[in-house]
Structures are given as structure tokens and as C-alpha cells.
Design a protein around this ligand. Structure first.
Ligand SMILES: Nc1ncnc2c1ncn2[C@@H]1O[C@H](COP(=O)(O)OP(=O)(O)O)[C@@H](O)[C@H]1O
Ligand SMILES: [Mg+2]
Length: 377
């Protein structure tokens, strides 16, 4: 797929900006705080309806404006798609595809696919389990857009069940609550099981690809393992068995839940373990080695999305290329070649290969305005 153009209106520090993409690689060049990451964030929003910066919509809308709009024209094998995402300072988002407002956001999610790679992604190794769950969920939303709906349903049941537990905090008489609670348990297990099974399937497919990339980049000296460890044990993958295990674990934790007033069992407590040579990756090795791991995950995401969707997704590289050493840079560039349209932000061109620069479109970003830069020198 190829993003032909992007139009930003009152998005972050962009007043009104139209950008045409004319090469497989576009380098966005500019000093800090000019709007480079904002632009990638706009593309990411079209792909996932999420921002990895976890921004709220009112932060995405330009200061003192009420409405922001991101529009894109995307070339896919089936033809051109026009996407519009409207964000409101106070209010709901609307999504529009080819001139038609969509009632379901899931219909918008499958259209543009993108993998984002920024320095924040080192948190995948160092951060809390929540960071990895969020990463996995964002990937899943692109692999199977219906997952967005499934996850939302789970989160809704979880919130309601938590509210119920909180209302009955310190209730020592479990039996009095049992009948009402069991209704929530059933709903939680039902929705949660769907989340667990899809997360499991995604990691099953991603893990071998990531390990392969990692072996290749590290020169086979290190073995990366990506392992899904759900909070509810997953010995069998059939839906009924998972639900059964879910309900059993809830029973075991029932007293603790009432004491703490919160749900202790379910995929909101899942983990994705990353180990290198059997050692937790966060304890293993240097920052460079951790970067290799994250790079491997990102390359695996690209490949998996391409396999599932049938077209190469976009790659959004936010400030990371210059941070990779020349050998890792080359591994990455070899892997993407011209197959994946790539948007790259950087503050300086010094570390880029010149052959590479020649085949790239270079845009200068300054104070929320973009200008074409025909020559580097
Ligand atoms: N809602 C907003 N309205 C206006 N300006 C914003 C908004 N959100 C962020 N900005 C501005 O965007 C700039 C940061 O842009 P960013 O894309 O992160 O910079 P960089 O070029 O370093 O990647 C800052 O100057 C910030 O004040
Ligand atoms: Mg930035």
C-alpha cells in the first residue's frame, strides 16, 4: 500500500498542511519540537485509531481549536481509499471512508496499515507488562480489526465488575453476593477468553518471525524467545476450556478480590515475556542488544501484517534510525528495501547513507509547516 497524500487540519501544531508523498522513502527533517513526530502520529491514528503517546483527543486538537481533521489518500491493490478521521476537543470521533461516515470504527481499521518504531519502543523491553499488552493489542487491531470491538467489550465488563467489587469492598459474606457476582464472572470469562485466544494466536505467529530476525541481526549468537503468558493458564486453546480455567481461577481469588475491591483475574494482567538466551531481556545485555530485540519485533510486525493483510504496511521510523549502529541500520534498510513505504524523522542527515538519501524524498519540518527540500546540499 502507498500513502499518496496526507492533509492535516488543526492537528497538534499543524494549522493546515497538505503533503504529497512521491518516493518509497520520505525523510522528515527538522529540529526538535517542530512537528515531525506529530505527522507520524497522524498516520498512526489512521492505522490504529490509537496514539502510542497515549494522547487524549483534546491534546491532539490544535490549541484553541475545537476540531482536528486528518485526511489521507491511500493506494491499495484494490484501488484508492480516502480516509478522514475527525477529532473533537469535546466529543466523539468520526471516521469517514470514501465519503461515507462509518458507524463502526472497525470498518475503518483495516484500511491503512502501519508499524511505528520510535525510541519509546525500548519500553517494550524495560517497561511494565502494560506496555507490552498495549503493543500486542495495537498489532492485533491491525491483524484483525474486529479485535478492537472484542477488547472494548472486555474492558467494559471489567469496569463494571470492578465497580461492583468496589461497592462491596470488605464484604465478608461472599455467599450473599454470589449470585450477582457469578453473572459478572460469566461475562468476564466469556469476553476475556476471546481476548486471550486472539492474543495467543498472534504471538504464536509473531514469535518465530521475531526469533528469526533476531538471530540474523545478532549473527546467531543470541536466541530470542517471545512468549505469551496469560494470567489465566492456557493449557488448552478451546474456548470452553479457557472459560473453565478462567472461572476456576476467579473462584480461587474470590476472597482476595473482595478485599481489594478489584478484579485480579483476566487478560488485563497478561504478560508477554521477552527472553534472550533464557534470560529476561531487561536484565540481558546492553542498550544496543535491547535495540536489536525491539528492531526484531518491529520487523516481525511488518512481515506478519504483510502476510495477513496481503500488502506491505507502512513503516514509521521516529528518530530511531540514527540511533542504530551502521550494521543494524543496514539490516533494517535491506529488510524494507523499497517494498515498504517508509516515513523517517530525523534532526540531521549526517548518519544516512548517501545512496539512500538520493532515492528519498526529503521534507523539511519547521513550526508545523512542511516544505519540500529538493537538494540536501
Ligand atoms: N494540541 C497542540 N496544539 C498546538 N501545538 C501542539 C499541540 N500538541 C503538540 N504541539 C506542539 O508540537 C510540538 C512537538 O511536535 P513533535 O512532532 O513532537 O516534535 P518533533 O519535531 O521533535 O518530533 C511542540 O512544539 C508542541 O508544543
Ligand atoms: Mg519527535
Amino acid at each position: 500500500m502507498f500513502l499518496q497524500s496526507l492533509q492535516l487540519r488543526h492537528f497538534r501544531n499543524y494549522q493546515e498542511q497538505y503533503i504529497e508523498f512521491t518516493a518509497p522513502k520520505t525523510i522528515l527533517l527538522g529540529n526538535n519540537a517542530q512537528g515531525k513526530s506529530n505527522l507520524l502520529e497522524a498516520v498512526e491514528l489512521l492505522a490504529t485509531l490509537r496514539s502510542h503517546r497515549m494522547a487524549r483527543d483534546k491534546e491532539l486538537v490544535q490549541d484553541s481549536e475545537a476540531i482536528a481533521q486528518i485526511k489521507a489518500s491511500l493506494q491499495r491493490e484494490v484501488g484508492i481509499s480516502d480516509l478522514t478521521l475527525t477529532l473533537r476537543r469535546n466529543g466523539r470521533r468520526t471516521v469517514n471512508l470514501n465519503g461515507e461516515n462509518l458507524r463502526r470504527q472497525t470498518d475503518f481499521l483495516g484500511v491503512l496499515n502501519a508499524v511505528e518504531f520510535s525510541s519509546l519502543d525500548l519500553d517494550l523491553v524495560r517497561g511494565s507488562p502494560e506496555v507490552r499488552r498495549h503493543w500486542l493489542d495495537t498489532l492485533l487491531v491491525q491483524l484483525e480489526p474486529v479485535y478492537a470491538y472484542i477488547l472494548q467489550q472486555y474492558q467494559q465488563v471489567l469496569r463494571q465488575r470492578n465497580a461492583f467489587l468496589k461497592r462491596h469492598l470488605e464484604t465478608l459474606n461472599l455467599t450473599a453476593l454470589q449470585s450477582e457476582l457469578s453473572v459478572w464472572d460469566a461475562q468476564l470469562a466469556n469476553a476475556g477468553t476471546r481476548v486471550i485466544r486472539r492474543r495467543d494466536r498472534a504471538i504464536q505467529r509473531l514469535a518465530p518471525i521475531a526469533s528469526k530476525w533476531h538471530a540474523s541481526i545478532s549473527g546467531s549468537t543470541e536466541v530470542l524467545q517471545v512468549k505469551y503468558t496469560p494470567n489465566v493458564p492456557l493449557e488448552e486453546t478451546q474456548s470452553e476450556q479457557v472459560q473453565q480455567a478462567f472461572l476456576e481461577k476467579i473462584q480461587q481469588r474470590a476472597v482476595a478480590e473482595l478485599h481489594q475491591g478489584t478484579t485480579l483475574v483476566g487478560p488485563h494482567r497478561d504478560e508477554v515475556e521477552l527472553t534472550i538466551n533464557q534470560t529476561p531481556a531487561r536484565q540481558y545485555g546492553s542498550q544496543g542488544q535491547q535495540r536489536t530485540l525491539v528492531l526484531s519485533l518491529k520487523l516481525a510486525e511488518l512481515q506478519l501484517i504483510e502476510e495477513v493483510v496481503g500488502e506491505p504496511p507502512l513503516l514509521l521510523l521516529d528518530d530511531v534510525l540514527a540511533e542504530l549502529d551502521p550494521s543494524r541500520q543496514n539490516q533494517l534498510l535491506d529488510a524494507i528495501q523499497d517494498r515498504f513505504q517508509t516515513l523517517i524523522t530525523t534532526t540531521h542527515l549526517g548518519s544516512f547513507d548517501s545512496q539512500w538519501l538520493n532515492s528519498s524524498q526529503i521534507l523539511a519540518v519547521k513550526a508545523g509547516a512542511i516544505s519540500s527540500q529538493s537538494s540536501v546540499f
